[in-house]
Write a protein that binds this ligand. Structure first.
Ligand SMILES: NC(=O)C1=CN([C@@H]2O[C@H](COP(=O)(O)OP(=O)(O)OC[C@H]3O[C@@H](n4cnc5c(N)ncnc54)[C@H](O)[C@@H]3O)[C@@H](O)[C@H]2O)C=CC1
Ligand SMILES: O=C([O-])CC(=O)C(=O)O
Length: 332
């Protein structure tokens, strides 16, 4: 290959990053990380984009950095570069960790991903304790409590700044409901509460916007398809991983909402798995209002019908165990 004559960075006329937010993606070379990096590089609110992984970030960074959008992209490879990747960040998105294969539950990923999330959150506590943190790594029902315990130990915990990403459940619910009702999925908004695994994923079909009604056959079909959306993709990929492209879309949408909140935009409401008093459980996914300090308000669940109340009881039982498992992992 012919060598490109180098002009040193310091000799370029660029003035450095424009105003905007600094965002890090941890696990940026993965199935989710790469398309998420692409989408964040396209986000005009992002001025600096740090891509961290234990493999392949130089290539991903070189590739993404050629896009003629505003964000300055920098790559970081391996644990020794984690601190530089995190220093000064406003938002840290974590899709690091192993995905499911057919026949596995999300909880089967706990043994590997719990340790990965712990290490990354220790870095966040040290280098950017005020950053908003979006946790994607599964099992989210346990990895968010793990992150909270790491931050508590470090003395940096702010429950408003720690958010589990459940946006893909809402994205799927909007798509599937749109299909059943013959509506544009962009016009549909389905609250999905509880958590992010099996029966803990609780779509509130009685609260769909625009107001609509379903037959009990439709309710059963939609609830089951939304709860098993992840498994549908895992089986279709037949051993090659789980949802990556729809997840990157969902994560980019959620990160954008967090950044608009940080900027001070009003009325930003998203579902997310957060520290909560909506139920007796310490963590629960529901609609939250995002603002300059992260989660500024947790909205009430609203009226549930009998089917949803029964679903809520099932969800809470499983969630309680997943939360406890995460807490015990850090405090054992
Ligand atoms: N919250 C949600 O709705 C969803 C969550 N997920 C979860 O996201 C995670 C990632 O999924 P994929 O991107 O498909 O997996 P992947 O295996 O394609 O990518 C994961 C990346 O994490 C990196 N990684 C591993 N250990 C690391 C460490 N210590 N520090 C930094 N990076 C590290 C790997 O090198 C790899 O590049 C999985 O746990 C998956 O279950 C997936 C879809 C939806
Ligand atoms: O199903 C999985 O393992 C990945 C995931 O969380 C999802 O697609 O919702």
């Amino acid at each position: 290959m012919e060598e490109v004559p180098l002009l040193r960075g310091s000799n370029c006329r660029a003035k450095g990053a424009a105003p905007g937010f600094k965002v890090a993606i941890l696990g940026a070379a993965g199935g989710i990380g790469q398309p998420l990096a692409l989408l964040m590089k396209m986000n005009p609110l992002v001025s600096v984009l740090h891509l961290y992984d234990v493999v392949n970030t130089p290539g991903v960074t070189a590739d993404i950095s050629h896009m003629n959008t505003g964000a300055v992209v920098r790559g970081f490879l391996g644990q020794p570069q984690l601190e530089n990747a995190l220093t000064g960040m406003d938002l840290v998105v974590i899709p690091a960790g192993v995905p499911r294969k057919p026949g596995m539950t999300r909880d089967d990923l706990f043994n590997i991903n719990a340790g990965i999330v712990r290490t990354l959150c220790e870095g966040i506590a040290k280098c950017c304790p005020k950053a908003i943190v979006n946790v994607i790594s599964n099992p989210v029902n346990s990895t968010v409590p793990i992150a909270a315990e790491v931050f508590k130990k470090a003395g940096t915990y702010d429950p408003k700044r720690l958010l589990g990403v459940t946006t893909l459940d809402v994205v799927r619910a909007n798509t599937f409901v749109g299909e059943v009702l013959g509506l544009d999925p962009r016009e549909v908004n389905v609250p999905v509460v509880g958590g992010h695994a099996g029966v803990t994923i609780l779509p509130l079909l009685s609260q769909v916007n625009p107001a609509c009604s379903f037959t009990s056959e439709e309710v059963n079909h939609l609830t089951s398809r939304i709860q098993n959306g992840g498994t549908e993709v895992v089986e279709a990929k037949a051993g090659a991983g789980s949802a990556t492209l729809s997840m990157a879309y969902a994560a980019a949408k959620f990160a954008d909402a967090c950044l608009r909140g940080l900027r001070g935009d009003a009325g930003i409401v998203e579902c997310s798995y957060v520290a909560s008093q909506v139920t007796e459980l310490p963590f629960f996914a529901s609609k939250v209002r995002l603002g300059r300090s992260g989660v500024e308000e947790i909205l009430p669940l609203g009226p549930l019908n009998e089917f949803e109340r029964a679903g809520l009881e099932k969800a809470k039982k499983e969630l309680a165990q997943s939360i406890q498992k995460g807490v015990t992992f850090i405090n054992k």
